[in-house]
Design a protein around this ligand. Structure first.
Ligand code: 4AD
Ligand code: MG
Length: 462
């Protein structure tokens, strides 16, 4: 008999139907000549109750059906007299694929802390919490493509290995084929990367933006969705060394278009999460009380607040709150400042625009005041920056001047400057940190709990 998923059984099955179901045992108990097994197969939050009559030959398999064991059960669907479930399976046969020694299985019935679960990263996805988070992650990833595909954006695949610190966004990981036992040296005693695999020093990418720009300047509207890498030594609840970023780039667009796209995009993602992940969201809301469904509903409807950097600094300067980091025009906003703006001033998401040019990347379009750039950061409650983007500088002379000021070497970026030589046009884009989005939607406090295998300084267990 074909295996059915528990989700399909619970939502599409009917009494009398014969079923075959596979999964991992959550609990087993015996009472009055019957055994009851609660089974989960990862397809849904819910458990399927298996009822094994004492007279059934399946009863002989029960000693092996401990918590954690992988089994197949066959039987007939019955209406369940129990609370909380409509259907259960009256089991006629059980096949045990792999048992689990109850004395050694790390996932016991009692709740575990998220910290402990991080130490068993290969098993934590069997818990309700991580099952919910990873299913929501999937819903959101599919919604990213749905949103852009419906609007005619072309999904482009930008490289993971690059030859330049394209934007000074962060520290880079070097990619090399050199033998560390005998590194070639040049006359100055430095490593001679001309003898390396690509004939020059190469890195893992920090962003696909610069490549997305040339693709936008030919295909119109594009987006990337892939892994990015940053070697910053940031041990925080919102930084990973390997994270996924969504980067749309639009030709013939300015900062206003960019902000509208970002806002529509986040709202759409919230709506999809509510529509397709309601069980998961309700479970997480009850469990962790961080992001509520009501909050997500509001977010998916109410307009985002907008404020310039200059006005935001004025808000922060008149705040009664004591901040750890100084507030002064020209300094970057720290996460405590961002959270003050979202959680106290606006009580919701806010888009901060027009930052001082000194604290933003060289490619952002210089505003007429020549002090600020056409940048925008979307700040989300509790998380802070979730999206960073800008209109791009399309004027060759201004861009070259900005590169000189910022100390960005021109060689290696000639192709980028070419885009301003041949058919230059206004264009804009942004980057959404996918894990920060998943954090925001699920309410998970630590970014390490929204990606199956978190990479962070000194952390690469799984
Ligand atoms: O603000 P960032 O550095 O912007 C860029 O990389 C631009 N090239 C994007 C663009 O305009 N195409 O990063 C974008 C987003 C941030 O807002 C944040 O959500 C996320 O990426 N992010 C991180 N997420 C997890 N761990 C880290 N270390 C992150 N660094 C940035
Ligand atoms: Mg940023």
């Amino acid at each position: 008999m074909e295996r059915l998923m528990i989700k399909n059984i619970l939502y599409g099955g009917s009494p009398g139907q014969k079923v075959s179901v596979c999964g991992w045992v959550r609990t087993k108990r015996e009472s009055k000549g019957f055994a009851f097994i609660a089974l989960n197969d990862g397809s849904t939050q819910e458990l399927l109750q298996l009822v094994v009559p004492g007279a059934s030959p399946a009863f002989r398999e029960l000693p092996q059906c401990n918590t954690g064991a992988a089994i197949r059960a066959e039987g007939v669907l019955k209406e369940s007299p129990g609370k909380g479930q409509k259907l259960e399976v009256e089991v006629s046969g059980i096949e045990v694929f792999g048992g689990a020694d109850p004395a050694a299985y790390p996932l016991q019935k009692k709740g575990h802390t998220l910290e402990f679960l991080r130490e068993i990263g290969h098993l934590r996805s069997r818990t309700n919490t991580f099952g919910a988070v990873f299913r929501l992650r999937n819903i959101l990833a599919a919604a990213v493509h749905e949103f852009f595909q419906d609007r005619g954006f072309v999904w482009v695949h930008t490289p993971i290995i690059t030859a330049g610190d394209c934007e000074g966004a962060g520290e880079l990981f070097t990619v090399t084929g050199l033998d560390f036992g005998k590194l070639p040296r040049n006359n100055g005693g430095n490593v001679d990367f001309s003898q390396d695999f690509f004939g020059k020093r190469t890195f893992l990418t920090v962003s696909g933006q610069l490549e997305a720009e040339f693709l936008a300047m030919s295909l119109g509207n594009v987006y990337t969705f892939g892994p990015t890498f940053r070697a910053e030594n940031s041990n925080t609840s919102r930084h990973l060394s390997e994270f996924w970023m969504v980067e749309p780039e639009m030709a013939f667009a300015d900062l206003k278009d960019d902000m509208s796209l970002a806002e529509d995009f986040l709202k759409f993602l919230c709506r999809r999460a509510l529509e397709r992940g309601e069980h998961e969201l309700s479970f997480l809301e009850a469990q962790y009380k961080r992001t509520s469904l009501d909050e997500l509903r509001t977010l998916s409807e109410a307009p985002f607040s907008r404020i310039t950097y200059t006005a935001a600094v004025a808000e922060l300067e008149k705040a009664k709150e004591k901040f750890d980091f100084p507030v002064e025009w020209g300094l970057d906003l720290q996460s405590e400042h961002e959270r003050y703006l979202t959680d106290t001033v606006f009580r919701g998401p806010v888009i901060v625009t027009d930052y001082p040019k000194e604290i933003k990347a060289f490619y952002m379009k210089l505003n007429p005041d020549e002090k600020t750039v056409a940048a925008m950061d979307v700040l989300a409650p509790k998380i802070g920056e979730i999206i960073g983007g800008s209109q791009r500088e399309e004027r060759l002379d201004v861009l070259e001047a900005r590169m000189r000021q910022a100390g960005v070497p021109g060689e290696g970026l000639q192709w980028y400057l070419d885009l301003r030589r041949f058919g230059s046009a206004p264009h804009a884009g942004f980057g959404l940190g996918f894990e920060r989005l998943v954090q925001y939607i699920t309410g998970m406090a630590n970014i390490r709990d929204v990606i199956p295998c978190p990479r962070a300084p000194q952390t690469i267990g799984f």
